[in-house]
Ligand binder design. Structure first.
Ligand code: SAH
Length: 227
């Protein structure tokens, strides 16, 4: 089935399934109604292989090819909540940089809540597939780029928030340097095998980033180079 047919296929069944997922996310502790709405609006089944589509609204990560995974919906919702509520004194988040486009799903959810989303991916086939998907879904406020994300995207920075969706042993300095004064970097930090700590790092000019641990997560590794 092509993408258009799949998008048209968002009938009552998948809408109901998505609302059930939202109920589960709420029960798991996601509170921000705008985030829950974005999770209800983005058709996750369009971001996984057709063979996996029936499991798209289970709260688990799924393979997307090239040895990579689309994150568990709960983790996507949690990271989105951390990003959109990260503005100091209720400041609105206008510009976010994501490292690790993968399927494009996290970027799509963010694009419902943030005016411009920039996203970088080191695997060519994934970034092309994600770009096509996002275009077909009419999400025009997302810019994708095929590159090693370790250097960020300085031409478009600084960003109100940077979100990293791959496990970092150490947080690349260039990424911290592209967070706006008072903004945050959100991502999993720790050993690349096993589990990591999802953390936020608040960046203020002239100060060391302030780390806050959120909870244990399991991500695929942050790798260097392109392929
Ligand atoms: N956010 C994605 C899931 C991410 S899986 C989604 O919603 O589907 C992690 C992704 O990070 C993988 O696609 C992997 O290729 C990518 N990645 C790992 N290291 C990277 C790097 N240095 N630069 C850019 N992308 C990277």
């Amino acid at each position: 089935m092509n993408m258009e047919a799949r998008i048209r296929g968002i009938g009552m069944t998948s809408q109901r399934t998505r609302l059930r997922l939202v109920d589960r996310l709420r029960a798991s502790g996601i509170k921000d109604e705008s985030v829950l709405q974005a999770m209800a609006d983005v058709p996750r089944h369009c971001f996984v292989d057709e063979a996996m589509a029936s499991r798209a609204y289970d709260d688990c990560s799924l393979p997307i090819g090239e040895g990579q995974t689309i994150s568990q919906p709960y983790v996507v919702a949690l990271m989105t909540e951390l990003v959109v509520n990260s503005g100091l004194n209720g400041k609105k988040i206008n510009k976010v940089l994501e490292i690790g486009t993968g399927s494009g799903y996290q970027a799509a959810v963010l694009s419902k809540l943030v005016p411009t989303v920039y996203t970088l991916e080191r695997v060519r086939t994934l970034v092309h597939r994600a770009g096509d998907r996002l275009r077909q879904l009419g999400l025009r406020n997302i810019r994708t780029r095929y590159t090693d994300g370790v250097e960020g995207w300085s031409e478009n920075g600084p960003f109100d928030a940077v979100i990293v969706t791959a496990a970092m042993e150490t947080v690349p300095q260039a990424l911290l340097g592209q967070v706006a004064d008072g903004g945050v970097l959100v991502g999993p930090v720790g050993a690349q095998q096993g589990t990591q700590q999802l953390a936020t790092m608040r960046c203020r000019a002239g100060q060391a980033p302030q780390l806050q641990k959120i909870e244990e997560v399991r991500f695929v590794p942050f790798l260097s180079g392109k392929c």
